[in-house]
Design a protein around this ligand. Sequence first.
Ligand code: ZN
Length: 160
Amino acid sequence: MRILEYPDPGLKLEARELDKESVRHLRTLVRRMTRAMRDAPGIGLAATQVGVQERVIVYEIDDELTALVNPRIVYASDECAVEEEGCLSFPGLVVPIERPVRVVCDGATAEGEPVRIEADDLTARVIQHEIDHLDGVLIIDRAEPDERKAALKRYRQERL
Ligand code: ZN
């Protein structure tokens, strides 16, 4: 499963919600996404990054693998932090991005069971980053305008 890299237009597509009938197909998708994420290697991947416009994300932090279907942020803290963020669709690039430090995320497991995840720090950041992908939003879209310009310049130079 190939991970799309910027400026692939597929990264700007919005993913659609999944219903219960999709469960069988989901196990295969989650397995393939997990393999692609680990091979990269990375700590998070959204289905849109592998050309599938369905609301599915996987992430793996501290050896704990989580797959979420139809993830939705239902709470985000007022407290924010700026951290350098990378992305498997922008190899070699990191961009400082401000995000809430704590979130609560509702969704479903790959088996279709409802799940609520309370996350902070790195996990909260990864969840927000991957949900952004499902909406076609990339790290450069979250960066300050000056930083976006500089980041794209660095990225293009590195890929020549
Ligand atoms: Zn990413």
